[in-house]
Design a protein around this ligand. Sequence first.
Ligand SMILES: C[C@@H](C(=O)O)C(=O)SCCNC(=O)CCNC(=O)[C@H](O)C(C)(C)COP(=O)(O)OP(=O)(O)OC[C@H]1O[C@@H](n2cnc3c(N)ncnc32)[C@H](O)[C@@H]1OP(=O)(O)O
Ligand SMILES: [Co+2]
Length: 134
Amino acid sequence: MIGRLNHVAIAVPDLAAASALYRDTLGATVSEPVDQPEHGVTTVFIDLPNTKIELLGALGADSPIGKFLARNPDGGIHHLCYEVDDILAARDSLKAAGARVLGSGEPRPGAHGKPVLFLHPKDFNGTLVELEQA
Ligand SMILES: C[C@@H](C(=O)O)C(=O)SCCNC(=O)CCNC(=O)[C@H](O)C(C)(C)COP(=O)(O)OP(=O)(O)OC[C@H]1O[C@@H](n2cnc3c(N)ncnc32)[C@H](O)[C@@H]1OP(=O)(O)O
Ligand SMILES: [Co+2]
């Protein structure tokens, strides 16, 4: 069911500092920050030859990464995003297998404008999983 690794997301306390670290110290190609008000985060994408890194900064008072950053003040790996060919079929078979789909359960446009869903980290070995329609 799952296909390519679309991105690895890292929650960071300071998006400008993290962007500079990837651009200047690691020598990567780093995008400008984009607010994602529907998701409560600001994203910066780093293009690597085989996948992307998504730097996440908190946006707004009730950001979904707020508690994570409180627990991990230096930041940390927040989720993995896998591409799927049919996100509704993937959701339904995962639900049937007992996995918890977060939020309303309806896919919403993600950072790339394609539908995304999140799966509970406790159901996937302590790793928050994002699915993105390929
Ligand atoms: C723009 C878009 C895109 O790329 O297209 C994005 O990525 S938006 C990316 C931001 N959006 C999201 O993350 C949306 C989905 N996330 C959520 O619904 C939530 O953040 C949850 C994952 C359900 C966590 O909720 P909340 O922070 O309220 O729960 P909590 O702090 O009480 O944590 C409950 C338990 O889950 C664990 N936990 C929480 N977040 C975790 C994470 N990212 N990875 C692994 N474990 C995690 C906690 O340690 C805790 O375990 P213990 O009980 O053992 O202590
Ligand atoms: Co993501």
